[in-house]
Design a protein around this ligand. Structure first.
Ligand code: HEM
Ligand code: HEM
Length: 176
């Protein structure tokens, strides 16, 4: 019997979402370059970012549902208590960012007259137009993006440490 791994679906979803999130973050930071404010291309490009962001929110909900039904394989015995606690809270923080990034911006969009065009299909905003609420939620989205980037960098660094320094097979457990 081999060492316990994440199941096939969890492994593929981790890889798919990892790549898609990195692309979405790059897309977000490139928005002003791709379509500067006030240009005709702006609305289309922003709505593409919004549409993919909502797809990622849907994938995250599927992932959380799956994860709660199918627990993780547990930690290698060599990890200290401090290490497993850091990993646990690091992973929780990544899940929180995956949830709050799209959720904050989705909420923001409902306090703006522009609302969301989901791949061209207009979804009317359910909130009143409020520049103050929009600015607060949008500011949260933009601030959290940096926290998310820092967490992802730390996460990748730790994954590489497990693979090349500790050589404990942790990376193989989640690699498709
Ligand atoms: C996991 C999903 C998402 C990620 C990782 C993400 C990431 C980002 C990033 C990195 C930026 C650039 C921030 C900056 O310029 O400092 C950005 C901007 C933006 N995002 Fe997202 N986003 C996601 C989902 C969404 C969703 C669902 C919406 C709306 C429904 C949205 C609406 C926006 C808007 C309007 C901006 C431009 C903000 C501005 O410049 O004022 N995003 N996003
Ligand atoms: C946007 C990028 C990424 C995000 C948001 C992310 C998120 C996560 C989360 C939330 C977990 C915890 C899984 C659970 O127990 O439910 C996890 C585990 C893990 N991820 Fe990532 N990940 C990303 C990219 C990567 C990359 C690029 C690598 C490899 C270089 C990687 C390697 C790992 C490893 C080794 C584990 C632990 C597996 C185990 O416990 O056996 N991740 N990731």
């Amino acid at each position: 019997m081999g060492a316990p791994r994440y199941d096939r679906f969890a492994r593929w979803l981790h890889a798919l979402m990892g790549l898609a999130l990195l692309a979405q973050i790059g897309f977000g930071f490139a928005l002003d370059e791709l379509a500067p404010r006030g240009t005709p291309a702006r609305a289309g490009v922003i709505n593409l970012h919004k549409s993919w962001g909502l797809i990622l929110l849907g994938l995250l909900l599927l992932r959380l549902f799956w994860r709660l039904r199918q627990p993780s394989p547990g930690w290698p015995a060599r990890m200290s208590r401090a290490q497993t606690l850091a990993a646990l809270w690091g992973h929780r923080a990544l899940y929180a960012c995956m949830l709050l990034m799209p959720l904050s911006a989705y909420l923001a969009s409902n306090f703006s007259k522009h609302g969301i065009k989901f791949f061209g299909h207009a979804i009317a905003p359910w909130g009143p137009e409020s520049p103050a609420v929009y600015a607060a939620l949008n500011g949260f989205h933009k601030g959290l993006a940096w926290v998310f980037c820092a967490l992802i960098l730390g996460h990748i660094a730790m994954a590489l440490k497990h693979h090349f320094v500790d050589r404990d097979g942790l990376l193989q457990r989640i690699w498709p």
